[in-house]
Design a protein around this ligand. Sequence first.
Ligand code: SAH
Ligand code: SF4
Ligand code: F3S
Length: 442
Amino acid sequence: MSKYVYIETYGCQMNVNDSEVVAAILKEIGYEYTETITQANLILINTCSIREHAENRVFQRLHEIKKLRARKSSLLIGVIGCMAERLREQLFSHDVLTDIVAGPDSYRDLPRLVSIAARSKQAINVHLSKTETYDDIMPYRVGNNRISTFVSIMRGCNNFCTYCIVPYTRGRERSRAIDSIAKEVLDAVSMGYKEITLLGQNVNSYSLTQNNTIFRFPDLLSHIARIAPHTRIRFSTSHPKDMDNELLEVVAKHKNICKWIHLPVQSGSSSVLQRMGRTYNREWYMQRVEAIRNIIPEASITSDIISGFCGETENEHQETLSLMKWVRYDLSYMFKYSERPGTIAARDYIDDVPEEVKTRRLNEIIALQNEISAQKNKQDEGKIFEVLVEGISKKSSEEFRGRNSQNKTIIFPKKHAKIGDYVSVHITDSNSATLRGTIINE
Ligand code: SAH
Ligand code: SF4
Ligand code: F3S
């Protein structure tokens, strides 16, 4: 009789990609991937620790899943990913009935962990590796439309931004071999994927020495753009400190590299950036944005912003708002600072901005971003974009949704187009979240 694994994923795209690696590993020992939780013999929750809220959501979910065990006593439940790494054995003592705990670098060990758990013992591996990149594992790509997928090019992070848990949950930064990245990209192309995003916590810190030659991210990116000339290439996330002109020139030069730079600023204040350990200041960041504008004039720029970091004054908050107005981000992901146990900030600073002040500042940041996004989208009205058709619009079955090179979502009537096509869309309307238009040639 077949055995089934159900994997639920929280957190960032790297986790989404890791779940596919896990599905591939478990397939080797006879577990079929299922999207129906009640069919599963093994349920894995791939977790995120980035903010307290992210962890609370997972705990809630684990409590719900616990109920399934009452109906199927042989059901195994595992917590994998960043919370597994951070909380380790604590997850066994927690009232969520976990059988397996596996950190982000121990997925190759899952077959052994599952067999231990099947003998009614708790199984754990949270060892972090300096070398594991799951190089040779072809992720089991899930989902029904083969349009867009992700390829991990590096793992871990060495930056230790003072607020961030990632270096502790994901371990040291390591870059994956170029040949193995290229093979996975070509494999995805042959499966019909039209868009590939190269993934890592700091993709532009990619560095690999092969045959006495150092390959950096611009080298990797131009290589990938060349071997997959008809595939859209994106990359995320870039750290401002490594956003050099050479990389921007590679993006400008290749037609198939998307003109979208996600460049998280975190704060517009140099003193806050210093406390965050970001290694750049406001001026450096502004000068990088100017370089993007000069070298890739049509590029969209997006960001991550944190409100209410330790010691943030009203003046420092105003500097974030003024920087946002100066850059005019197309979109930002905006968060309230959430103290993470074990980080440098938790050890050295006091989380002293009151909750209501954090909320008010975040709301100001969100309101400003919405206003800027709406204005920027308005400027796109009248333009014509090449759009990759990705699926049916959520609101109407008569309309498609897709994205342009700048990563903006565009909604348009279907006409004769098919999912996976590239179409030219004339933009006629917009709001702060989406563009609308019509196909002009097919
Ligand atoms: N490696 C990427 C992103 C990492 S996590 C980078 O360096 O930009 C994604 C985002 O979560 C971060 O950019 C940051 O804005 C946010 N984040 C990280 N830790 C946080 C914390 N403790 N509280 C609130 N937001 C946090
Ligand atoms: Fe976290 Fe900073 Fe590393 Fe990004 S660069 S993952 S924010 S420590
Ligand atoms: Fe979350 Fe881990 Fe990604 S903490 S954001 S799942 S690297």
